[in-house]
Design a binder for this molecule. Structure first.
Ligand code: ADP
Ligand code: ASP
Ligand code: MG
Length: 471
């Protein structure tokens, strides 16, 4: 059995949805899959804008955007579904969801406040709508399909916007609700990204969370594969939007993939790997536009890894933009214990997560996401010493298991980046990444130089593929 997750672009248009249906149908020949979908591309962003507009009591903007969301799905139905009865049925469902969205807008306007809880409710409509259309379109083509509201399965804590599942309960729900359907040969279509608290309040797992949903569901089902279908040929040596020569990586270890995702490679949500590791289920990252391209296998299986031995140092380069660099300098740090504890307590107090860090005897440099930056945080830090802030920076990390035992990596990195202004350098404790901070306008030069340095050699044949689209 496999879980197949399709991302926003893989279900964003009628053509893409049809392609995804063909991929599911082909898989069904082997084993009946659980299909987990994202919202159509752009829809979650629109829902966030609707929520914000409602919170500001800008009803005109919110309702106009809500009408666009509804229209997008109505158009998908028109293009994809032929049977009149099914069209009527699915149109009524879209109407119902659209009506609820409008009610929510009015409710938030009346209360005059947008809470995290209502924001999650807004965001849930994208996945509810995409799955509704997809399941109906599959039914229209004669497949045995059941649409499941994942909120009856994915029970989470009440950390709205970043909810985490209550594992035991979810596993039991999966076995009770989803497994029997799959065993009867029914394809199950459900939502990624969303869940509900025990008392039925809608939650989300955080942006990009559908990958995580798929991995969790795959682990609870004890599946033998988790397939992440997206818009690129698997995990690549760098984001192809930044480095046009980026290659697809055939195989990588769980630790490499997790590290890469945490360090900013958007192709996988950072939490996707943990459930797969726990049950030792391989994760396949595949391109829905080129379903026959090999994509990437993420596994710890020695047999699969041995056929693909790799003697290069770096496997991939990750970039995280929208960061802010904070330097705290204080002579009080020198030889004093407890200083770091007090300093990091400030970050904890303002719920700011520290991303990359480097320290010396008298200074600490670290990066935080620009969105979590606040003046209160800086005021708190000023009690410790001089504080310098640089906005508009990015972290770049080179990742690879082979970095662990390597010599000369730093030298190669620095020579590749000799013309780039490095604002900070840090080696990850896992020893499989080296990271540094650059100003955002220098990202493209930096990653292309690094890519040339580490991926143009002859050692890379076999493990890296030229993407199917550019063959
Ligand atoms: P989906 O909607 O399918 O979840 P995402 O947009 O979340 O897709 O992730 C896919 C995108 O991730 C790609 O289009 C690519 O621009 C970006 N990306 C960043 N780093 C990498 C990488 N190392 N390999 C492949 N894609 C990457
Ligand atoms: N639709 C959600 C988002 O855009 C979740 C996902 O796509 O994984 O963040
Ligand atoms: Mg994604």
């Amino acid at each position: 059995m496999a879980v197949m997750k399709f991302g926003g672009t893989s279900v964003g248009t009628a053509k893409a949805m049809q392609q995804a249906i063909s991929i599911v149908a082909r898989e069904k020949e082997n084993a009946v899959p659980l299909v987990v979908l994202s919202a159509c591309s752009g829809i979650t962003n629109k829902l966030v804008r609707i929520a914000d507009a409602a919170g500001r009591s800008n009803l005109d903007e919110a309702t106009a955007l809500a009408a666009e969301v509804k229209r997008h799905h109505v158009e998908l139905v028109d293009e994809l579904i032929k049977s009149d009865a099914l069209k009527k049925d699915v149109s009524a469902r879209i109407e119902l969801l659209g009506g609820r969205l409008e009610m929510l807008i009015k409710g938030v306007d009346i209360v005059g406040e947008l809470t995290e809880r209502s924001r999650d409710m807004f965001c849930s409509f994208g996945e509810l709508l995409s799955t509704t259309v997809f399941a109906a379109a599959m039914k229209d083509q004669g497949y045995k399909v059941e649409w499941i509201d994942v909120r009856t399965v994915m029970i989470t804590d009440d950390n709205f916007g970043f909810a985490r599942p209550l594992n035991d309960q979810c596993e039991e729900n999966v076995k009770r609700i989803i497994s029997p359907l799959l065993q009867q040969g029914t394809v199950v279509v459900t939502q990624g990204y969303i869940g509900a608290t025990r008392d039925g309040r809608t939650t989300t797992l955080g942006r990009g969370g559908s990958d995580f949903s798929a991995a969790l569901l795959g682990a609870w089902l004890n599946d033998n594969a988790i397939q992440i279908w997206t818009d690129v040929d698997g995990v690549m040596t760098c984001d192809p939007r930044l480095v046009p020569e980026a290659r697809s990586i055939r195989v990588m270890t769980f630790s490499e993939a997790a590290e890469l995702a945490y360090l900013g490679a958007k192709v996988l949500h950072p939490d996707t790997i943990a459930p797969a590791v726990q049950k030792n289920i391989p994760v396949y990252v595949l391109n829905s536009v080129h379903p026959d391209a090999k994509g990437t296998i993420i596994t710890n299986d020695p047999e699969r890894l041995s056929g693909m031995s790799y003697d290069g140092l770096v496997k991939s380069i990750a970039v995280k933009k929208g960061q802010c660099l904070i330097n705290v300098r204080s002579n009080r740090m020198f030889g004093r214990h407890g200083f770091m504890l007090e300093l990091f307590d400030i970050f904890a107090r303002y719920s700011v997560s520290v991303e990359m860090i480097s320290t010396s005897e008298v200074s600490v440099s670290l990066t935080v996401d620009e969105r979590s930056f606040s003046d209160e945080l800086i005021q708190g830090l000023k009690n410790f010493g001089e504080v310098e802030i640089e906005h508009g920076v990015a972290t770049i990390s080179v990742v690879g298991d082979n970095l662990r035992m390597s010599r000369g990596v730093a030298g190669r990195i620095f020579s590749a980046l000799k013309d780039v202004n490095l604002r900070m350098i840090s080696q990850g404790a896992s020893e499989i990444n080296v990271g540094f901070v650059v100003e955002e306008p220098e990202v493209v030069t930096a990653v292309n130089n690094l890519h040339r340095e580490f991926f143009s050699g002859p050692q890379n044949r076999g493990i890296f593929e030229i993407p199917a689209g550019s063959r």
